[in-house]
Design a protein around this ligand. Structure first.
Ligand SMILES: Nc1ncnc2c1ncn2[C@@H]1O[C@H](COP(=O)(O)OP(=O)(O)OP(=O)(O)O)[C@@H](O)[C@H]1O
Length: 595
């Protein structure tokens, strides 16, 4: 309940920030509805009673009251509808942006890879309109409760027993709650199927995977599988909706029977001369309004319940983001002793075994360390632990003797530089693709050119029709660089923070940064790259290189051989060759292949 109130408070503040005047106007219109309904009912009673009594002036007064009330009601409900859609849509956009920002600023990546986490924030996006509607649903429901009370008061005025009509709301309320719960459960259960469906459809329509899908001829089968998943999720939802409709139909039938009984009672009262015809007309009018008021209350509660489905997921996301961004001790400006891993273990969420275990490793300040090993040995995972994208599930990483998990995350991230194996192809203008590496200087062409120079990527730009202004990416009608060119641009991007010289890196990670380059180009580039970061290295930065190319690896000060998540060997090139173990074997194999 507290979380629900918190979200309601947040959505109300967001609504007021988005458009305060529209929000106040909508509030006033909603609250005026109760008075309008009472005025319509009263005008009908006065009209009939005064007509029977032959009081012309009073009849005119009742007609004017009724006409004004109906005019106000028609105009107000139209303006209210338009304002309401406008405000909810804008608040939904603002809320979705906030959620996206929260997701994007979490400095770790487990939430982007772990299925149940992805389902949670997908459910927040799906429920964002209901969340934006929360303040209005609460206001509408409250206003309808007030006008319901007015209606019931007027009914009691005719005959107190008519108040019992209000009890008919109970089964309607219970049926509404039951249907909301059924729908929420069906949507939670279908979230995973819908995620898989989206992935499968993406495989068929996004250019990179679509190439392979086309070659294998599996497009139709994948598409059918996706359709089946979608059908399963929507069948679940339709079934829940139908069951909800059955509950609600039963409750409304009960309501109809109660209402008919009430009207019969009033008919008998009129026949017995115990009440006026005007009062009977008012009862018919109010009973009809009672129905629409109940409907409004129930719809409001249903929207509140739908928004409530978001509350748990939203609270989880906010807590997750707050935990991940926890402030800590300031990260060092330069490394003096280096980075140390002691008995580090890591297991991916949902995995059955550890990907890394028993990792004891020293990365001395100013050293270049290469990590080698077979596919799946855990090299990239180790790199991601060093950069803080994942947190160890056991053991400890220390930076100059201080635990990494106690350092301020933003400060540590600002001291990192490098490229991941799965580098991004940012389809922007060429200058922006590189400049975004230090977003404060995204338009600083001098820095961008310097970074391109360091990454040996200047030639790529000079060959482009509009140089740094060339749009990249065929999907946007731009030039499509080759894989190796994209990789060099990613490397240049990672160097943006270094060319400024304001903040020397503490750790440079190069996870197969040149896999798309030929061996000679990789060799030259690495030599050049290490040369360029030498100044940072002299100041204590650690360079971690992952590569399958041993001609490059041998240049490192220390080589670490990973085998099935454990360190099998470590030492300098000469040392490992002398040991004649895994490293020496692999080195000789590659040397022979290039001879
Ligand atoms: N996001 C993930 N979720 C679950 N398991 C993962 C994830 N990423 C990698 N793994 C698993 O962890 C193991 C190590 O993967 P990692 O990418 O670290 O290997 P690697 O040594 O870098 O391999 P390669 O040389 O092929 O790049 C693999 O068994 C892989 O299946």
């Amino acid at each position: 309940m507290i979380d629900w109130l918190r979200l309601l408070g947040r959505m109300t503040r967001l609504t007021l920030r988005t458009d305060r005047r529209a929000a106040v106007a909508l509030c006033a219109l909603t609250l005026s509805q109760g008075a309008v309904i009472a005025a319509i009912g009263l005008s009908q009673r006065f009209l009939v009673d005064h007509s029977v009594a032959g009081d012309t002036a009073a009849v005119v007064g009742a007609v004017v009251l009724g006409a004004v009330a109906r005019g106000v009601s028609a105009t107000a409900s139209r303006v209210e509808g338009t304002l309401s859609i406008y405000l909810r849509s804008r608040v939904r956009m603002a809320f979705s942006e906030q959620v996206q920002r929260t997701v994007a600023t979490i400095p770790t990546i487990a939430h982007l890879e772990h299925g149940p986490h992805i389902d949670r924030w997908n459910r927040i996006f799906q429920g964002s309109y209901a969340a934006a509607s929360m303040p209005w649903a609460v206001l509408n429901a409250s206003a309808s409760v007030v006008s319901l009370a007015v209606t019931i008061g007027l009914l009691a005025w005719v005959r107190p027993a008519l108040c019992l009509l209000a009890l008919l709301a109970v089964p309607l309320f219970l049926a509404g709650r039951r249907s909301d719960r059924l729908l929420r459960d069906a949507r939670d259960a279908g979230a995973e199927d819908l995620r898989h469906e989206q992935r499968l459809h993406d495989l068929c329509i996004r250019p990179e995977p679509a190439k392979e899908v086309m070659l294998t001829g599996g497009g139709a089968a994948l598409s059918n599988r996706a359709t089946d998943l979608w059908a399963a999720a929507s069948a679940r939802e339709i079934q829940a909706r139908l069951r909800g409709v059955a509950y609600q139909t039963g409750a409304w039938l009960l309501y109809g029977a109660g209402l008919a009984t009430g009207l019969l009672v009033v008919g008998r009262l009129v026949a017995a001369g115990q009440t006026t015809v005007g009062a009977a007309v008012m009862v018919v009018s109010l009973a009809t309004q009672l129905q629409s008021q109940l409907r409004t209350v129930l719809e409001g509660l249903s929207t509140v319940a739908e928004a409530g489905q978001v509350v748990g997921h939203y609270t989880w996301l906010s807590q997750y983001a707050a935990d991940a961004a926890r402030p800590g001790q300031p990260a060092p400006r330069v490394l003096t002793s280096g980075i140390t891993l002691r008995d580090v273990r890591f297991r991916y969420a949902g995995a059955e075994r550890d990907t890394l275990s028993g990792i004891d490793l020293d990365l001395p300040a100013g050293s270049t360390v290469a990590i080698v090993g077979a596919n799946g040995a855990g090299k990239s995972t180790l790199v991601k632990l060093l950069t803080g994208l994942y947190e160890p599930t056991g053991g400890q990483i220390t930076v100059d003797g201080r635990p990494l998990d106690e350092l301020d995350r933003a400060g540590w991230t600002a001291g990192l530089s490098g490229v991941y194996q799965d580098y991004a192809r940012l389809q922007m203008r060429a200058g922006e693709t590189v400049g975004v590496g230090d977003v404060r200087h995204i338009r600083d062409t001098a820095r961008i050119r310097a970074a391109l120079d360091l990454a040996d990527a200047t030639r790529i730009i000079t060959d482009l029709p509009d140089g740094l202004d060339t749009r990249l990416g065929a999907a946007f009608g731009g030039v499509e660089p080759s894989l190796g060119q994209w990789q060099k641009l990613a490397l240049a991007r990672s160097l943006m923070r270094q060319v400024g010289g304001e903040r020397r890196p503490l750790c440079v990670v190069l996870d197969e940064p040149t896999a798309a380059l030929d061996p000679l180009a990789e060799h030259d580039l690495f030599r050049q790259y290490v040369g360029q970061v030498r100044e940072a290295t002299r100041q204590g930065a650690v360079t971690v290189l992952v590569s399958h190319r041993f001609s490059t690896v041998r240049m490192a000060d220390r080589i670490v051989v990973l085998d099935d998540g454990r360190i099998a060997e470590q030492g300098g090139h000469a040392e490992l060759m002398a040991v004649d173990g895994i490293y020496a074997q692999l080195y000789r194999l590659q040397e022979a292949a290039y001879r």
